[in-house]
Design a protein around this ligand. Structure first.
Ligand code: MG
Length: 381
């Protein structure tokens, strides 16, 4: 009786396949005559935009929104397709228009390149249009989805990771009226760890509202909201006394010296978010922060995020794995990296009223990765 490639992989050990895929001999070495098709030419590229309605209007220190509209990319070759989502961020000079334009600019590269040279392909994509990391992330997510679907294994397995090692994720509570903040905290009952957005002028009121309904461990994201070091330190220490175990981006991204002063005196870890985008930003942050918040969208993709993880680790830094408010497509892509991180914060999909995709699940705060090939995401693209 002949064995399907999937059964063969299960019987012969998945890590062998993952290792084989990276060897000089290529994936064929591990899968024998069942090797993935390898035809000349690149991808058929499709781009779409989708509107994603939010459950609650979403407010952070910068702005408020009731829906998101993002670009999505579909890469197809040899009867297999990979999907990616480009969750752009106005903070970094991105818009829906600039994101679509960047993917269009990448189109001729994607149509020509050999997807099995995915490192070179990613490098070529990173080289177009300054910044525009959401577009590049969308492309890299689709590329890695296609690659690991072609190999018949989940992405985390391709990286040699144990999906069960992912720490519990936080659930974020946006700034709102105190009544709605309390309601959001109550809706977050299944999540043991909450991340609270602060940094406007009502931090005390927010903490009191949250603490009136829960005694859970909290993490606070100030989104650059505190502009003086003394104020920032006072806030951090006050939070530490009230069951907060880390503070993210207490001060503006360019105030590194002041942040280092706060970090030296703070009794809980201080993490960078707006101060860090890609691996080249990390070395100069090691003095000012205890850790960094990596987001696939601002890193420019999964391959760069993985590089950031190793660079931060080499500098002794902790790692939060954050996200944009986005569908399960982006969130699941990021979740495949979560076993390598300390503080996953992958809840962006849970804030949508109607998620078009189905992928990673959360149970009592634990991330449950799908074991289907690729990202394991299903849904109408
Ligand atoms: Mg943040």
């Amino acid at each position: 009786m002949s064995m399907s490639r999937k059964e063969f992989i299960h019987k012969t050990g998945k890590s062998v396949l993952a290792a084989g895929a990276l060897s000089a001999a290529g994936p064929a070495a591990a899968v024998g005559d069942k090797k993935p098709k390898k035809t000349p030419g690149g991808f058929k590229v499709e781009i779409k935009t989708k509107k994603l309605d939010l459950r609650h209007a979403w407010t952070i220190a910068r702005d408020t929104s009731t829906y998101k509209e993002y670009a999505f990319v579909r890469l197809e070759k040899d009867g297999i397709y990979g999907l990616g989502e480009a969750a752009h961020n106005v903070r970094y000079g991105e818009s829906l228009e600039s994101t679509v334009a960047t993917i269009e600019k990448a189109r001729p590269i994607l149509e020509k390149a050999d997807p099995w040279h995915f490192v070179d392909l990613n490098a070529a994509i990173q080289g177009i249009c300054e910044g525009q990391t959401a577009a590049k992330a969308g492309i890299d997510i689709a590329l890695m989805d296609w690659l690991t679907k072609s190999l018949g294994i989940p992405l985390y397995q391709f990286w040699g990771l144990d999906a069960k090692k992912a720490p519990q994720t936080t659930f974020s509570i946006g700034i709102d009226t105190m009544e709605v903040v309390k309601q959001k905290v109550e809706e977050a009952a299944p999540y043991p760890l909450l991340k609270i957005k602060m940094g406007k002028d009502n931090d005390e009121e927010i903490l009191a509202a949250v603490r009136s309904v829960t005694d859970k461990t909290l993490r606070v994201d100030a989104n650059e909201g505190w502009k003086e070091k003394e104020l920032a330190l006072r806030k951090v220490e006050w939070l530490a006394k009230n069951g907060v175990d880390l503070v993210e981006q207490p001060m503006p991204a360019d105030m590194l010296e002041e942040t280092a002063w706060v970090k030296e005196r703070a009794s809980i870890p201080i993490l960078a978010d707006e101060s860090v985008k890609t691996s080249k930003d990390i070395p100069k942050l090691a003095e000012a922060f205890d850790g960094i918040n990596i987001k696939v969208d601002k890193a420019g993709g999964l391959q760069e995020s993985l590089r950031m993880i190793w660079m931060a680790r080499s500098l002794g830094m902790k790692i939060m794995l954050g996200c944009m408010v986005s569908s399960s497509l982006s969130i699941t892509a990021a979740a495949h990296l979560s076993p390598l991180t300390d503080f996953p914060d992958l809840d962006g999909n849970l804030l949508l009223a109607d998620d078009p995709f189905d992928g990673v699940k959360v149970k009592d705060g634990w991330l449950i990765l799908p074991d289907r090939p690729g990202l394991g995401v299903q849904g109408e693209w």
